[in-house]
Each structure stands twice: as structure tokens, then as C-alpha cells.
Write a protein that binds this ligand. Structure first.
Ligand code: SF4
Length: 442
């Protein structure tokens, strides 16, 4: 029987990190990773169960793997709904939940036994482990779980309470990634600014010195690695103020991904969000005064139960004032098991859609204006890929997959991972065009 394992990875960056850990363990134990269903002894499907469309995609992926291969182990967020999975697909070999690496490995051992004398196959695994992202950037997961209880979210049920990794362990992983050629670290968690709070900010060691497992120290020590460090899922707590000087000094990227979700106090209250919109505008103003280059990315939900036209208008006004750089917006969709499902005042789909369109029109104009102001500047651009339509990169203000890109039509000779100074020569609503030709004035 083939000792190769097929792997299907769905879902968010956090699920991707779980996939990377399982793949690394499989390689360490000498399993091959099969490039297709036919060559695999079995297939692991890492699922996403966050919203209904993600669940449907996960179920379809399980069905396809069963049809093509026949031996399937399911893991990931949808794994907590094992009954639903087994009802639809009784032939699935095993179902495990998120972060249950050991349980996945036990299921693999049971159905595709390892070599009789297991040998450590360190030679098969690069020191930084197996990465599913391109070689030049990597996600760095600093904690699991979440201590909040937002009414639209089931992450705390799926992944449990916040558990932060010791700073020394996180830094060891970050250092190995940088040594292997990673030029950009994307810090992820459910609540990055709460890093360490679960354990009372315990002391850890890195580089032979004691360091606290805490958000500020995390940013300071990552800054020492001299690569792009991008912070995701930060809440606008007062202590975030302390890291703005690091951004102003360009020691970490002047980029904050803050999931505001809404601006109306009533809606935020119904969402049970950890941060309130009051004072946030002031805080943004203060941060921008200290670090004019700061780019802020956020996500919002429109059509949340109980959202009135007045609430929505308040959100639009807030958005116009906040002038965020990058924004994602979703219409509210119920998540099975979430408290928000029982809230009164569910908003009709047509109204949700109409609000989404109005929201996006406002943000599109802000984005267009902001990008236009960057034409003529010379900026460092990290090259991501050489696509059919040309070279594509990103500026410091763009995270991979979720933000805009920089097209480099005259980018002959550039390679993924190159960090180059280019002149921004054109812009549209979401993307930029850059050129290595700085014109006669330079
Ligand atoms: S902060 Fe809220 S939305 Fe984010 S993971 Fe925690 S409970 Fe879910």
C-alpha cells in the first residue's frame, strides 16, 4: 500500500498553520505527501466550519476525496460536527477537531501504519517545517483560542479559551523561518493584542535573555529579525499605543489589521464585541499623528440582527471619517450554534445586500483616493509571483490574499521574494501599478 498521504487544506490562515503542522509531522514520520488522490494511501481533509458556505465547501471536499480515493480522515473546525459528517459520509475513517494533531496522526497510523521501526526522518523536513505559503512569507501563529464571546462567532467553542505560546517558542519558529528565506512574517491569532494575558505574561527566554510573553515584547523581539512583520487581528486596546513608535521607526510594518465589525454602539453591544467604537476615531487620529504611514485594514459585518437604517448610517459616517486603507465587508450570515441566531430583528437578505453595496461604494471611493495619493512615490515592493499577465507584488500596506496588489508590467528579471524599490505610476480602486523606471527627475 502506498505510504503517501493526500492532503486537502481549506479555511483561514489559522487552519493553514494546522495543516502545516500535520504535514510536517507526516514527513517527520517518513510518509510521502501525494500530489493527487490516486497516488495516496489515504487523504486527510482539513475543513473549515465557520460559515455555511465554508461548511458546504468542506462537505463537498470530503465527498470528492471519498469518491476519488475512498479512505478519508477529516480534521479541522468542521470536525466538531462529526455527527453531521458521518451522517452524510458514513465511510469516513475518522473525524477530529481543530488543532488535534495527535488525533489525526493516530488515525493515520491506524489506517496507514508507519514503517515497522519508525525512524526520525529529519532529513525529509526543512528546519522551519513544511510551509503551504510561498517561500518568502509565512504565517506565525502566536496563540490558540479566544477569551471573548462575540455573539456571531463560535471560535471559542471550536478552539477553546486563549492559550498563548511562550515568546521564546514563537521567536524560535520565527528565526528558523527567516533563516530559511522568509522575508515577511504574518502574525496571526484570534486576538493578537491579548497575547500572553491568559498566563499572566510569563517570562520566557530568547537569545539568552528573559522576555515577557506579552504583545509589546513580541513586537519588539520580532523587530530584531529585520524582516517585514505584519500584525493581524489586533484590537484597539490602549496598550497598542506602545507599538506605534516601532511602526513609525519602520521596525515593524506600519500596518494594523483591526476587525472593527461595526461602529454603532447598539450593534457592537449586540455583537458583544470586546472593543467599542467610542474613542476609536481619536485613537486612530493619535496613531496617525505619530506614524503618518500607518495603514489600517479592517472587516465589517452589515445586516446584523437588529441593525437599523440609523445604525447603518452611523457606520457609513464613521467609515467616511475613519478613512481606513483596506476594508472587507460581509453581509451577516448565521453560523450554526452562534448566540446571534436567536437575536430579534433579523434583517431581510435584500436589505443586507443593499447595505453591503452602499458600504462598498463609500469604501471604494476612499480606497481610490488614498491609492491615487501614492502615485509618484517610490516604495519597497515585495514580489509575490510571476503570473501570466506579468509580475505581481505587494507594498508594505497590503497583506497577501486579502488586500490589493502591485502590478509591475516592466518587471523582467524580478523573482518571487525580491524586495525592490519601485515607483508607483498608476492606481485604480484597489490596486497599484509600479515601475522600475523612476523617470528623469531621479
Ligand atoms: S474576538 Fe470574537 S470574533 Fe474574534 S474569535 Fe474571539 S469570539 Fe470570535
Amino acid at each position: 500500500m502506498s505510504r503517501a498521504v493526500g492532503f486537502v487544506s481549506l479555511g483561514c490562515p489559522k487552519a493553514l498553520v494546522d495543516s502545516e503542522r500535520i504535514l510536517t509531522q507526516l514527513r517527520l514520520e517518513g510518509y510521502d505527501i501525494a500530489p493527487d488522490y490516486q497516488g495516496a494511501g489515504l487523504v486527510v481533509v482539513n475543513t473549515c466550519g465557520f460559515i455555511d458556505s465554508a461548511k458546504a465547501e468542506s462537505l463537498a471536499a470530503i465527498g470528492e476525496a471519498l469518491e476519488e480515493n475512498g479512505k478519508v480522515i477529516v480534521t479541522g473546525c468542521m470536525g466538531v460536527e462529526s455527527e453531521e459528517i458521518l451522517r452524510q459520509y458514513p465511510d469516513v475513517l475518522a473525524v477530529t477537531g481543530p488543532q488535534q494533531y495527535e488525533a489525526v496522526m493516530r488515525a493515520v497510523h491506524a489506517h496507514l501504519p508507519p514503517e515497522s521501526e519508525p525512524q526520525p526522518h529529519l532529513d525529509l523536513v526543512p528546519p522551519q517545517g513544511i510551509k503551504l505559503t510561498p517561500r518568502h512569507y509565512a504565517y506565525l501563529k502566536i496563540s490558540e483560542g479566544c477569551n471573548h464571546s462575540c455573539s456571531f462567532c463560535i471560535i471559542p467553542d471550536l478552539r477553546g479559551k486563549l492559550v498563548s505560546r511562550p515568546l521564546g517558542e514563537v521567536m524560535g519558529e520565527a528565526e528558523r523561518l527567516v533563516q530559511s528565506g522568509v522575508r515577511e512574517l504574518l502574525v496571526i491569532s484570534q486576538d493578537t493584542s491579548a497575547y500572553g494575558v491568559d498566563a499572566g505574561y510569563p517570562l520566557s527566554f530568547w537569545g539568552g535573555r528573559p522576555v515577557k510573553t506579552r504583545f509589546q515584547e513580541l513586537c519588539q523581539t520580532l523587530a530584531e529579525l529585520d524582516v517585514w512583520v505584519r500584525l493581524h487581528y489586533v484590537y484597539p486596546y490602549p496598550h497598542v499605543d506602545h507599538i506605534i513608535p516601532l511602526m513609525a521607526e519602520e521596525r515593524i510594518l506600519p500596518y494594523l489589521d483591526i476587525p472593527f465589525q461595526h461602529a454603532s454602539p447598539q450593534v457592537l453591544k449586540a455583537m458583544r464585541r470586546p472593543a467599542h467604537a467610542e474613542n476609536v476615531l481619536k485613537r486612530l487620529e493619535n496613531w496617525r499623528a505619530q506614524c503618518p504611514e500607518l495603514a489600517i485594514r479592517s472587516t465589517f459585518i452589515v445586516g446584523f440582527p437588529g441593525e437599523t437604517e440609523a445604525d447603518f448610517q452611523l457606520l457609513l459616517d464613521w467609515l467616511k471619517e475613519a478613512r481606513l486603507d483596506r476594508v472587507g465587508c460581509f453581509t451577516y450570515s448565521p453560523v450554526e450554534g452562534a448566540a446571534a441566531n436567536d437575536l430579534p430583528g433579523q434583517v431581510p437578505e435584500a436589505v443586507k445586500q443593499e447595505r453591503w453595496e452602499r458600504f462598498m461604494a463609500v469604501q471604494q471611493q476612499i480606497s481610490q483616493e488614498k491609492l491615487r495619493q501614492r502615485v509618484g512615490r517610490v516604495e519597497p515592493i515585495l514580489i509575490d509571483e510571476i503570473a501570466e499577465q506579468g509580475v505581481i507584488g505587494r507594498s508594505r500596506y497590503d497583506a497577501p490574499e486579502i488586500d490589493g496588489v502591485v502590478h509591475v508590467p516592466e518587471g523582467e528579471g524580478l523573482q518571487p521574494g525580491d524586495l525592490v524599490e519601485l515607483m508607483i505610476v498608476d492606481s485604480d480602486e484597489y490596486d497599484l501599478v509600479a515601475s522600475p523606471d523612476f523617470g528623469d527627475d531621479w
